[in-house]
Design a protein around this ligand. Structure first.
Ligand code: PGA
Ligand code: ZN
Length: 432
């Protein structure tokens, strides 16, 4: 038997950064080499995502245990994978899709399936004795991502104290990945000082960004601009602002409802609010500005902003080629958030990235709000030359696990590494 053939597949329940159960899978090869995949988990999930299987037994871990998903890996998937060559990632992933047999991985669970797929990729890279970004991306994989980093949390990641979910920065004006991270670290600490000066309590939300105690959603934008300036950068020049509105979560009966401001808006009115923010603040990117099923709202927003800023679909596209195709047909958005657990296998994730790039849209590889110490997504971003990576903040180890891995890879690439910076956005925008 070939040394890269799978000898054993072992899943177990572990815990994520929010103290919730999640799946971990080990794949052990004939050679004894191991690959391990740790599966992340969202809180602000889109309704079209692949199914994350939880036991729903309220007597155990508030119903969140994942023992069925673990059992499905150990009892149904594992026997089918024994003896297969781990280097054939696409064939393994297609076998997983077939074994599940549903369009959204509802039978075996996308969490268990992704754990297997990730473990296989890590095992393949370990067996070949090359970094994962090279294993998945080949010899020319050398573009580091522009980071998109949360400074202030909100929405479902901060007890719904404000409506907007993420206030982030994009250090597009940096000259390298390490300079970009250093700039954001400076903004993070400077924003902390601004919070203290303005009498705001210091605490952090789920992804390590500051906890908001605001009277309006725009207060976060004012604070962020103050933080960027206090750190010594020109907002919009060196560091731009990005927002994840996550508007699916406050869209009800055809209206967008800001609970904080006690305000209800039609899709057109809400699009106008976002346009007024883009006019006033140095915003380079808005994610989920409109809800996951409000295609008409998306058309309004896209007609107004598509040529001026990056418009990302997260809940809208859910890393699903069919939904991205619908976006192209309707000419909405120009960016696609890519989260492996929204679709369930590495192969389908790679397909979604490729599809996005071929369409002339920008992919943004993304973590989830519930994360682990697994750093696969930074390798994925570099393997595919995706150009952007979103991982929450620059605090908390499940976040820094990714940024620090990026720093190591940058060092490894040396002079051959590329940081795309502002040039990346010229691919989609008319004005920059
Ligand atoms: P989630 O949020 O991981 O909680 O779904 C992240 C996002 O909306 O981008
Ligand atoms: Zn989002």
């Amino acid at each position: 038997m070939k040394s890269t053939c799978i000898k054993q597949v072992k899943a177990r329940q572990i815990f994520d950064s929010r103290a919730n159960p999640t799946v971990e899978v080990d794949i052990i090869l004939e050679s004894g080499i191991i690959g391990r995949g740790l599966v992340p988990s969202g809180a602000s999930t889109g309704k079209f995502e692949a199914i994350e299987l939880r036991d729903d037994d309220i007597s155990k871990l508030s119903g969140k245990s994942v023992l069925t998903a673990v059992r499905n890996v150990n009892e149904i998937i594992a026997p089918q994978l024994i003896g297969k060559d781990v280097l054939d990632q696409a064939a393994l992933d297609h076998l997983l899709i077939e074994l599940d047999g549903t369009p959204n991985k509802a039978r075996l669970g996308a969490n268990g399936i992704l754990g297997v797929s990730m473990a296989a990729a890590w095992a393949g890279a370990n067996a070949e004795n090359i970094p994962l970004y090279r294993y998945l991306g080949g010899a020319n994989a050398r573009m580091l991502p522009v980071p998109m980093i949360q400074i202030i949390g909100g929405g479902k990641h901060a007890g719904q104290t404000i409506d907007i979910q993420d206030y982030l920065v994009i250090p597009a004006g940096a000259n390298s990945f390490s300079e970009a991270i250093e700039m954001v670290i400076n903004v993070y600490h400077a924003t902390r000082k601004v919070f203290i000066e303005r009498g705001k309590p210091i605490s952090v939300a789920d992804e390590g960004g500051f906890w908001p105690t605001f009277v309006s959603n725009t207060e976060g934008l004012d604070l962020l601009v103050a933080g960027i300036e206090k750190a010594g950068y020109r907002p919009g020049e060196e560091i731009a602002i990005a927002l994840d509105i996550a508007s699916s979560h406050f869209y009800q009966d055809g209206q967008y409802c800001f609970a904080l401001e006690n305000r209800k808006m039609t899709p057109e009115e809400f699009a106008d609010v976002l346009v007024s923010w883009v006019n006033k603040y140095p915003i380079l990117s808005i994610e989920d500005g409109m809800a996951e099923d409000d295609w008409d709202g998306w058309k309004h927003l896209s007609a107004k902003l598509k040529s001026r800023i990056q418009l990302i679909g997260d809940d809208l596209f859910v890393t699903n080629v069919d939904r991205i195709q619908q976006g192209l047909d309707k000419d909405v958005a120009n960016g696609v958030l890519i989260k492996p657990n929204q679709i369930g296998t590495i192969t389908e994730t790679l397909e979604a990235i490729e599809f996005t790039k071929n369409a002339g849209y920008l992919p943004i590889i993304s973590a989830r709000s519930g994360e682990t110490e697994d750093a696969m997504i930074v390798h994925l971003a570099i393997a595919t030359a995706a150009g952007q990576l979103k991982v929450g903040s620059v605090a908390r180890s499940e976040r820094t696990a990714k940024w620090n891995e990026g720093l190591r890879i940058e060092e490894q690439l040396g002079a051959s590494g590329i940081y795309p910076g502002k040039a990346l956005y010229r691919r989609i925008l008319n004005t920059r």
